[in-house]
Design a protein around this ligand. Structure first.
Ligand code: 5AD
Ligand code: FES
Length: 344
């Protein structure tokens, strides 16, 4: 056991069989969390970075089986924010100290490349000292390049699962793991700081799948890795499936911190949703980013990727205060700069 921990701490890797053993048992968890926290404190100290999240459209042309905003879900009310509202969310976030804005949405055909570029340019002009992150799904390389040239710096696109067959069991045939991965490598080549990641405990997921996720991430070498438990969403094909577990999500956060000492790892809303102290535990297991919601209060509950999602009632300032307390309780400190990755 100590041999695994030593290897993880010194070499930031483990052979496949050893990694599978670590993933499959809770026996190493305390040692993993301690090792992950030591690595994180070495690289980032007690800093926790903040990204203001603006969920600007819940229209989506895709039909992922797990996702509450899939196009087949006719039970949810759809919305789009206009440019003025989005800029007002950014201004609100700027006042709260945030220097990174994440524009996240479904794959909404209304938001053509021209509209996204216009939006990015407007934010870039109004907030020249802020990082602009897009999280709007799979696009062509040319589109990604256009957004980059308009002023976007970062892009979040979780690979969801690296295994082709598992990917096919979570998505309709129109989507493929291959195209998802193509997008991620395109984004990197263009020059974006890239975030990827996966759901923990999605239906049918095996330890081997998780190992494949880790190996894929080692190939991609992203700046940010977002993971959170799968949580069933009503009116989706997976409405009655079990949620991913807190323990496995925390274990993976710690493993990710050890494999990727410099990565930005968010303590996600999904983690906070499956346990009241989930995000605090995530921070102690190696996470170093929180993503407070900046969306207008009226639209929040409509961005229902899964059931009982957190922070749907709060104002942006309340979200900020809530996270500030949680981060401090966990023993860390919120830092309000751009929070760029620190490469070794
Ligand atoms: N449970 C947990 N996470 C989900 N996501 C989408 N649907 C769910 C769900 N039911 C995650 C996906 C996506 C991110 C924006 O939200 O990983 O990439
Ligand atoms: Fe929107 Fe999957 S349902 S990206």
């Amino acid at each position: 056991m100590n041999e695994y921990m030593e290897k993880l701490k010194d070499e930031h890797d483990l052979p496949d069989e050893a990694m599978l053993s670590v993933l499959r048992t809770d026996a190493f968890d305390d040692a993993l969390f301690a090792a992950a926290d030591a690595v994180r404190q070495r690289v980032y100290g007690k800093a926790v970075f903040v990204r203001g999240l603006i969920e600007f459209t819940n229209y989506c042309k895709n039909d992922c089986y797990y996702c509450g905003i899939r196009c087949s879900n006719k039970e949810i009310q759809r919305y789009r924010l206009d440019k003025e509202t989005i800029l007002a969310c950014c201004a609100n976030g700027y006042t709260l100290g945030y220097r990174t804005f994440v524009l996240q949405g479904g794959e909404d055909p209304y938001f053509t490349d021209a509209r996204i570029c216009d939006l990015v340019q407007a934010i870039r002009t109004s907030f020249p000292d802020c990082a602009i992150t897009l999280s709007i799904g799979e696009k062509s390389r040319d589109s990604y390049r256009a957004f980059y040239e308009a002023g976007a710096n970062r892009y979040l696109l979780r690979h969801e699962t690296a295994d082709n067959a598992h990917y096919a069991s979570l998505h309709p045939a129109s989507l493929s793991a291959e195209n998802r991965k193509r997008c991620l490598f395109d984004l990197k080549e263009i020059g974006y700081q890239v975030g990827s990641g996966f759901m923990v405990g999605s239906p049918g997921q095996t330890a081997e799948n998780l190992l494949a996720d880790l190996r894929f991430l080692q190939k991609l070498d992203p700046d940010m890795i977002g993971i959170g438990p799968f949580i069933p969403a009503q009116n989706t094909p997976f409405a009655n499936e079990n949620a991913g577990s807190l323990a496995l999500t925390l274990r993976l956060l710690a493993v990710l911190r050890l494999l990727f000492p410099h990565a930005l790892l968010p303590a996600t809303t999904a983690l906070g949703t499956i346990h009241p102290q989930g995000r605090e535990m995530g921070l102690r297991a190696g996470a170093n980013v929180v993503m407070p919601n900046l969306s207008p209060t009226e639209t929040r509950e409509k961005y229902a990727l899964y059931d009982n999602k957190l922070c749907t009632g709060e104002e942006a300032a309340e979200c900020r205060a809530c996270l500030e307390t949680r981060v401090r309780t966990a023993g860390y400190e919120i830092v309000t700069d751009r929070g760029d990755v620190r490469r070794g």
